[in-house]
Design a protein around this ligand. Sequence first.
Ligand code: ADP
Ligand code: MG
Length: 309
Amino acid sequence: MNSELAIAVNNLSKVYKSSSDIDKLALDNISLAIKKGSIFGLLGPNGAGKSTFINILADLAKKTSGEIKVLNINHDSNLIEAKRLMGIVPQELNIDPFFTPYELLEIQAGLYGIKKKDRKTMEILKMLALEDKAKAYARTLSGGMRRRLLIAKAMVHDPEILILDEPTAGVDVELRSNLWENIHKLNQNGKTIIITTHYLHEAEELCNEIAIINEGKLIAHDTTINIKSFLDKITVIVDYNDNSFDLSGLNELNVEIKIKDRQVQVNYKPSEVNFNEMLNALNSSRSQIKNMRIIETKLEDVFLQLTQK
Ligand code: ADP
Ligand code: MG
């Protein structure tokens, strides 16, 4: 990964004006830098502003204020060029039901002025496992196939950045893992991937960087590993051979201990307690350690803590 930026957003705000209701501040002064080559996850609860963010990039919604650069191209003054660098898959599965996937991609290629000889329609359909459906009417496709068709459509102009808004919503488990494989492949081929999702375990597995937004505000942005360490809590569970263990060494450390028969559970803050010291204390016990496991913080725990304040 290099340090070039795929997307740089500065002080981005969006107000949805309403005549009857009160105005809605959907994005509140967001500044965010997304590195080229990353798989970036934009997370947040329903209504957080994720789609608004994506729709502004896609030019489907107008920002109220702020500045956006796409691979260093200004999104205001060079909008057409900036848009060409991105392939955006919207949240809604809107597909013209009377065209076939093949036709839809050909039409899209035409819109981008791609010459017939340069089109890669079948190659793209194959990549998304839709080659069997190339000539089928779109209305006969399942939800998962439609989602993949929209991804195929977003890839027609070979964009550097692929942006997917809730790509796995309504997609069954099998297709979901197939989708992730495709996303990994695209990323390995150098594409920057940006996804919004509320499936946190997927973001945890797939994304190397994560931003969390809540009520239009950016509340966290870091590597997935660092975000998970945010909770500052680790649990270690040790099974001893017998219950003659001696845990006095742990007394000097700021840890919480729970004992159940031959099993000892230690909760601690990695920022306060050195792992090796804790391990030594557990190990210097008279009883032998039979088994030990570490329970890591889940992204979900961090997410809940950050968004429920
Ligand atoms: P998310 O994608 O994270 O669920 P959205 O970006 O769709 O969130 O919505 C953010 C907020 O803006 C929500 O409160 C939503 O109701 C509001 N909103 C979204 N689109 C519009 C719109 N076109 N007009 C008015 N309010 C909107
Ligand atoms: Mg949304």
